[in-house]
Write a protein that binds this ligand. Structure first.
Ligand SMILES: Nc1ncnc2c1ncn2[C@@H]1O[C@H](COP(=O)(O)OP(=O)(O)O)[C@@H](O)[C@H]1O
Ligand SMILES: [Mg+2]
Length: 1114
């Protein structure tokens, strides 16, 4: 809940002077002091904020404070500048009213700070966003730039604004800032060339010298030493609490943010440097022949450097300091300048250069910050203008400044009164006129077009003939003498003739803020504000873009003979515009007061403050405010605040707020003349009444507090009690439930026990009955079974008995019959019945045997060894004999199928078996090979025709054998032919007979026991064939060859049989030697063939591979 507070809460003194009682200057002062001592620097007079300069930083501008004052009503919180800013901003945003914040007060009272606080508050509460923030930043950062160039240390203020500033901040309909426009008013340019004692030139000069880098200084041809520059006062070059170097960095940074280009910043600094250089140019007199002194530049170095900086031709500027050209009616007259005139020209140039630079800066900043969008916008103007000034020597500047303040006071009076009046009219309250001092008369004295001081001055300046400050004063003395606010020694008004406080060359004006004595010296000059045309032309010629822009009148192409408007005229015009501008806006006032002259915190100099509150017209302000009604408040908050004072309105009033207030005030018996009912507000005439209400409220609040406390305590106790009671019921309920549960469980279990006993008893009884029943049924069955059994057995016995009897009858009958038959046939039967039966039985058995044998006969193959099993032991011999017979018969059948050739083949095979079986290892492999005989088909092959014809008989065997060379054991192929008579060896290729051996010459054939195919044909000694020696041959068909050879030998009855020796070692006759052929087992080499090697002349070794060689079948 939002806590509603009021200005009236926690008040130190009175927050609003309107409520001051009694209202006297002393009580006013006392209230201010009281508040100031408690760090309350802000006090209201209605909606006007009085601000006392604390001269130290107070923790009242924090972001938290901003939040506190944001969107709160003006009188809701204790007085603060933020409340005023918030009020202005909200009525701008929500009610679409343009606003202006008018900040007045004398120099050092805190106007500039106040304007910055307002701006920063508005920046903090208005919209956010990238674009908006940039605008805000630029608006805020324009301040440091302007302060550097336009502020200076004065005796009153270390950071005194030496120009007037009015800034319009523009907002869109949402209240977001769009941009701004800054207007400046009359820079105090005389400060550039001369400063009063204890004061400084504009900050920028000092900042440049102490803050810029060595490099920059070198570029600007400057020296860091302040003492080297005539225009800079030495005595207060350093100000405590002011860090020029750091400020210079801030200014450069701010310029960057505002949007200055690097080259623009450089140009600006060059101009500042040029002003410093200008101040150092000095002149000396030089006598001319015509006796007139002419000025000459003393030391040209500074002049040279300055010209280099600005790109001006040195001679042109030098000439401009020595001559002055006056153009009149198409004529040019050139006059020389004396030293004083040269100095005047120099200073005029410096002042113009600087003030034009300042104006340019403002234009440039405006270019950056001006609102981009062309939409309609609302404006909040912040006016921070120089305050009312009274110095020891007051000149044209002070006159102008004070005139401006006069005007502001005028507008203040007008607007506050008007506002007050308007409010009464708005609220429908009768308005009674109030007496107050209206300074319009002073304004008229100064600005009246006919006989105002400014008009007089202009008249003097424009008048032909000699014009001096004295002639101007004379004029004033005649024209204004009658004016009650004008005082001059020589005026017609005789009462000042003897006033010694009024020097002769001065006039005095009774301003609203006090009397100010102005010395007329240089009024005319300053008003003329003339710069010799030669100088402006010299500047225009500069090769420097910024300088050229600043002196457009120097352009020879645009010579303007018309005088430029005077300074006074310009100022009056711009103040007029400003006032016009301000009058269209809703004013918000901040009136700054300086508590002491020492810039010290905690010091409240009463006389000083009294003086200010007098001339600021604050007392009048309060009076005006109170003339009608001291206090006003809308009905709702008023009723809300005081409704507890009446039983009818407390605690709630259901009707309209106004009626509520009426009921309330009537009930309180407040006299009717003390208040008035407006349309939306209640107006209270005397603060007394308000305090009466406040006092009552305070008392009532105490009572109410007690009441609230009482009710609260009662409520608290009651609710505590109720809580306890509720808890107790809950606890009891829970307990009862628990105990009932227990009891129930107990009963339940007891019941179960009893129940189970009863049920058990019943069940057992039933069981007994059932068992008895069952036994009865069983007994009946058993008895029946026994009965049936007995009957059945009896029947069985009877049947058995019957069967036995029948059988006995049959047996007896059979015996009887048998006895009868035996008795009848005994005589035929007894002799050979046994033998017959035996034979018959044997016959039957044999029959069965043979039929069985017939059905199980084995196959007709002679090699089939199977034979049915013997059925009876006594048939053993017969069975074996039958088997042999069957086999022989089967073999005979087999043989009978043979042809003659096949028979011969088998005979040969039989013979081979007789010869080699179990004797030579080669034999088994030959069994399956059929003996083909003619392997070469010698009869058919025409190749062997010749050979065939050479033979005497039919060829029995023809084959290729290998003849072993006797010398080395190597074999060579030969055709081996066997006929009935001889063995022929022939060349395999040619078929030529190599050797022919008659079979009768053959003694024996030797072969080994092994698997080889070697054989030796051994010849009978002394035969014709034996001359060449025995043959050692090797054949793949060894078994066939030897068998055939043996058979041929055997067939020839006239010849001896050829022996076959089977041995692994035998002798062979080779021509002359007997050589032993030895067969050994060796490892298989070059296939499975046996290899033969001649070991020595006695031994030929045949190595036979130990695996039985499988002879290749052709
Ligand atoms: N609200 C404030 N809080 C703290 N110091 C302040 C405040 N207002 C002014 N000052 C001090 O007073 C000095 C002068 O204030 P300034 O605003 O420059 O005066 P003016 O513009 O009225 O001549 C400032 O430099 C600052 O030190
Ligand atoms: Mg200021």
């Amino acid at each position: 809940m939002e806590v509603k507070t009021s200005l009236l809460d926690n008040m130190i003194g009175v927050g609003d002077m309107v409520l001051l009682e009694p209202l006297t200057e002393d009580s006013f002062l006392e209230n201010l002091k009281n508040r100031f001592d408690h760090n309350e620097i802000y006090t209201y007079i209605g909606s006007v904020v009085i601000s006392l300069n604390p001269y130290r930083s107070l923790p009242i501008y924090t972001p938290e404070k901003v939040e506190e004052y944001r969107n709160r009503n003006f009188y809701e919180l204790s007085p603060h500048i933020f409340a005023l800013a918030d009020e202005a901003y909200r009525s701008l945003r929500d009610q679409d009213k343009d606003q202006c914040i008018l900040i007045t007060g004398e120099s050092g009272a805190g106007k500039t700070e106040a304007s910055k606080l307002v701006m920063s508050y508005v920046a903090a509460v208005c919209g956010k966003g990238q674009e908006v923030n940039k605008v805000k930043e630029q608006l805020l950062q324009s301040n440091p730039v302007l302060e550097a160039f336009g502020n200076a240390k004065t005796v009153r203020n270390d950071n005194s604004s030496r120009f007037g500033k009015y800034m319009d901040i523009e907002f869109d309909f949402k209240g977001d800032p769009l941009g701004g426009v800054i207007s400046n008013y009359l820079l105090e340019k005389s400060r550039v060339v001369k400063q009063p004692r204890g004061e400084r030139n504009f900050h920028i000069f000092y900042q440049l010298l102490s803050g810029s880098s060595d490099d920059t200084l070198k570029k600007l041809k400057l020296d860091r030493d302040v003492g080297k520059y005539n225009y800079l006062s030495l005595d207060s070059a350093v100000v405590s609490g002011l860090d020029d170097a750091a400020n210079f960095r801030t200014v450069r940074n701010a310029m960057q943010i505002v949007g200055f280009m690097e080259d623009e910043m450089q140009s600006v600094l060059e101009l500042v440097a040029a002003v410093l250089k200008l101040g150092n140019i000095e002149f000396k007199p030089e006598s001319r022949c015509n006796g007139i002194d002419e000025s000459r530049v003393k030391d040209k170095n500074d002049l040279k450097e300055m010209c280099e900086l600005l790109g001006i031709e040195q001679s042109v500027l030098e000439r401009a300091f020595s001559y002055r050209t006056v153009e009149a009616k198409m004529e040019k007259v050139s006059t020389t300048l004396n030293v004083a005139q040269a100095y005047y020209a120099r200073d005029a140039l410096a002042k113009n250069l600087y003030s034009r630079l300042f104006s340019w800066l403002i234009t440039r900043i405006n270019g950056s910050i001006k609102a981009q969008a062309k939409t309609r916008h609302k404006v909040m103007g912040v006016l921070d203008i120089y305050g009312f000034e009274i110095f020891e020597d007051n000149s044209f500047e002070q006159f102008i400044i004070n005139y401006c303040n006069e005007k502001l006071q005028q507008i203040f009076i007008e607007l506050t009164l008007r506002e007050e009046q308007e409010e009464y009219i708005r609220e429908g309250i009768e308005w009674t006129n109030i007496e107050y001092f209206n300074n319009a008369i002073i304004c008229d004295l100064i600005e009246n077009n006919k006989n105002g001081i400014l008009a007089m001055l202009d008249e003097e300046c424009l008048r032909p003939g000699t014009v001096t400050d004295e002639t101007f004063l004379d004029k004033l003395n005649t024209v204004c003498a009658e004016h009650q606010h004008f005082e001059s020694r020589l005026s017609k008004n005789s009462k000042f003739l003897t006033d010694h406080s009024l020097p002769h060359n001065c006039f005095r004006i009774q301003h609203y803020a006090g009397k100010v004595l102005y010395g007329v010296e240089s009024f005319v000059d300053k008003n003329n504000d003339l710069l010799y045309r030669d100088l402006s032309q010299a500047m225009y010629k500069a090769n420097h873009s910024l300088i050229k822009q600043l002196f457009p009148e120097g352009n020879p192409a645009k010579v303007n003979l018309k005088r430029p408007p005077t300074a006074g005229f310009q100022f009056k015009a711009s103040v007029g515009t400003l006032m016009g501008n301000l009058q269209t806006k809703n004013p918000n006032y901040i009136r700054c007061i300086k508590p002491n002259d020492k810039k010290a915190s905690h010091v409240f100099t009463e006389s000083l403050v009294r003086h200010q509150l007098r001339y600021l017209g604050l007392m009048e302000n309060v009076r005006v405010r109170r003339a009608g009604y001291a206090f006003r408040q809308p009905y709702e908050p008023c009723l809300e605040r005081y409704k507890m004072l009446c039983k009818k309105t407390w605690p709630h009033w259901r009707g309209p707020a106004r009626e509520g207030v009426e009921v309330l005030l009537t009930d309180l018996q407040v006299p009717a003349e003390e208040f008035s009912y407006g349309r939306s507000k209640i107006f209270i005439r005397n603060p007394r009444t308000l305090f009466f209400l406040e006092e009552k409220r305070k008392q009532c609040l105490e009572d109410l507090a007690t009441l609230i406390q009482k009710i609260y305590r009662g409520w608290k106790c009651r609710s505590h009690f109720l809580l306890l009671k509720k808890s107790q019921i809950v606890v009891a309920a829970w307990y009862r439930r628990y105990s009932q549960q227990k009891k129930y469980q107990k009963i339940k279990s007891a019941t179960t026990v009893v129940q189970s006993y009863a049920r058990g008893w019943q069940a057992r009884k039933l069981l007994r009955e059932l068992k008895y029943q069952k036994r009865c049924e069983e007994a009946a069955t058993t008895i029946a079974a026994y009965w049936h059994g007995t009957q059945a057995r009896r029947e069985l016995r009877r049947l058995k008995e019957e069967a036995r009897r029948n059988h006995a009858v049959a047996v007896i009958w059979a015996f009887w019959q048998g006895l009868k038959v035996r008795r009848e046939y005994r005589k035929f039967f007894r002799a050979n019945a046994g033998k017959k039966i035996y034979n018959f039985t044997i016959q039957r058995i044999m029959q069965k045997y043979f039929v069985g044998l017939k059905n199980n006969m084995p196959s007709m193959s002679p090699v089939d060894k199977s034979w049915p099993a013997r059925p009876y032991l006594f048939l053993d011999g017969a069975h074996a004999a039958l088997r042999r017979i069957f086999h022989l018969w089967r073999c005979k059948k087999y043989r009978s199928q043979f042809t003659e050739e096949k028979k011969a083949v088998y005979e040969e095979k039989l013979e081979a078996s007789e010869l080699f079986k179990d004797k030579k290892a080669l034999y088994p492999s030959s069994v399956s090979q059929p003996f083909k005989g003619d392997y070469l088909e010698i009869n058919k092959n025409p190749k062997f025709q010749k050979l065939n014809s050479a033979l005497d008989d039919k060829v029995l065997l023809a084959d290729v054998v290998s003849k072993i060379n006797r010398a080395n054991g190597k074999g060579s192929a030969r055709i081996f032919l066997l006929t009935k008579k001889s063995v022929v060896l022939a060349d395999q290729k040619t078929g030529q007979v190599k050797a022919s051996v008659v079979l009768s010459d053959l003694a024996s054939v030797s072969v080994s026991t092994q698997t080889d195919g070697f054989f030796a044909l051994r010849l009978k000694e002394g035969t014709a064939s034996a001359v060449k020696g025995d043959f050692l041959l090797s054949s793949e068909h060894l078994i066939e060859i030897i068998t055939k050879l043996h058979r041929v030998g055997a067939a020839n009855a006239d010849k001896e049989k050829i022996n076959v020796d089977i041995s692994d070692e035998f002798l062979v006759q080779f021509k002359h030697d007997k050589v032993c052929v030895k067969f050994i087992q060796g490892s298989p080499k070059n296939g499975n063939n046996a290899s033969c090697k001649r070991k020595n002349n006695r031994l030929l070794e045949v190595s036979v591979p130990n695996t039985p060689s499988t002879p290749s079948t052709p």
